[in-house]
Ligand binder design. Structure first.
Ligand code: ASP
Length: 354
């Protein structure tokens, strides 16, 4: 009896005297969904210009950045192994459904998507419109293949994982992490064919910046997105065909007529200036509207809005004006809009909302 009292007192004293053990910090659980791209690219030498996109697996990408273990618990999944020039509606639907499924789990804190930079802005905007979660979704890629001298992929992945695990990133829509910058999923565009500093957000600026996984956020998205979006891809297996046509001096009606004949449900015109086009092209676009094709005027100019009823009377022609959405992103929104309506006025409202 006396012995047990002594043991009890010894335990009480030890608890008082010994320094409290620091509680192990619970790391966020981040799922990396890999789609391919230069970040998973492989070249014959460290300085080759030529390389193959999407040759490296998600496991190899994760292993190349051992310090990830210090900031997150990582699970990797391979969605596709393609250069993003081959990104398709099919892969988008597979990816978006997987993002929604993964984020619905209480055990997951955020998603990182590795992706080629060529069409990253389109995928980011697509996800911005169809992901149903406020948890962070961060896309990243690289301009140099994984085998290159000074490959930019490993730090981009590290930063993307840090952002995806950062509670401050929640509710800011889909983000893109590249070269220490954080872009909004609606805002970014690829600005240089090969430069490591390729992405710019010319109209709205950056959402934030990061330095070795430490974030500073400046703002959130200005438009509706993710959980507040009316668009859903639940049960959807295909998206309507929308073609983008590039306007130029002396443009004929031929490409517009061909798009209608090929079955396009929507056409986005990458117009000159404020969404303008030659008279034959304008007449062909008006014919397309009469044939039931929804036509959006956008611009091939890298910055600025395409204004409704400026030099072209959209009310009269039944066109939609894209605002500051560039042609590739206008195509994404039109594809989703066409699943709800063919009414140009309602679609115009969507262009002002998203
Ligand atoms: N063509 C590549 C891709 O988009 C380029 C890159 O990833 O930087 O997949």
């Amino acid at each position: 009896m006396r012995r047990s009292i002594v043991v009890f007192l010894a335990i009480v004293i030890a608890i008082q005297v010994l320094p409290a053990q620091p509680q192990a910090k619970k790391l966020p659980h981040i799922v990396i969904l890999a789609t391919g791209g230069t970040i998973a690219g492989s070249a014959d030498t460290k300085t080759s210009v030529g390389y193959t996109s999407g040759a490296v697996t998600v496991d190899a990408l994760i292993q190349a950045v051992p310090t990830l273990k210090e900031i997150a618990r990582i699970t990797g999944e391979q969605i596709s192994s393609i250069g993003s020039q081959d990104m398709s509606d099919e892969v988008w639907l597979k990816l978006a459904k997987r993002v929604n499924a993964v984020l619905a789990s209480d055990s997951v804190d955020g998603v990182v998507i590795t992706h080629g930079t060529d069409t990253m802005e389109e995928t980011a905007y697509f996800l911005q419109l169809v992901v149903k979660s406020k948890k962070p979704v961060v896309l990243t890629g690289s301009m140099r293949p994984s085998t290159a001298l000074s490959a930019d992929g490993p730090l981009n992945i590290y930063n993307a994982v840090a952002i995806a695990g950062d509670p401050q990133a929640s509710g800011r829509g889909v983000l893109v992490a590249a070269n220490d910058d954080i872009h909004g999923g609606r805002d970014l565009t690829k600005g240089n064919t090969t430069d490591v500093q390729t992405f710019i957000s010319p109209e709205y600026g950056l959402v934030g910046t990061t330095l070795y996984g430490k974030q500073t956020f400046f703002r959130g998205p200005f438009r509706k997105h993710t959980s507040d979006s009316e668009f859903s891809i639940e049960g959807v297996n295909a998206l309507p065909r929308v073609d983008v046509l590039y306007a130029h001096a002396n443009m004929s009606a031929d490409m517009i007529d061909a798009a209608v004949k090929a079955g396009a449900k929507g056409i986005v015109m990458a117009g000159v200036g404020d969404g303008n086009m030659t008279t034959p092209a304008l007449e062909a676009l008006a014919r397309a509207v009469k044939a039931g094709v929804v036509c959006v005027r956008s611009s091939r100019v890298p910055t600025g809005r395409t204004w409704r009823n400026s030099e072209i009377n959209d009310d009269q022609y039944g066109f939609v004006a894209s605002g500051e959405l560039q042609p590739a992103k206008a195509r994404v929104l039109l594809q989703l809009a066409l699943m709800k309506t063919k009414d140009a006025k309602q679609i115009q409202t969507m262009f002002e909302t998203y």
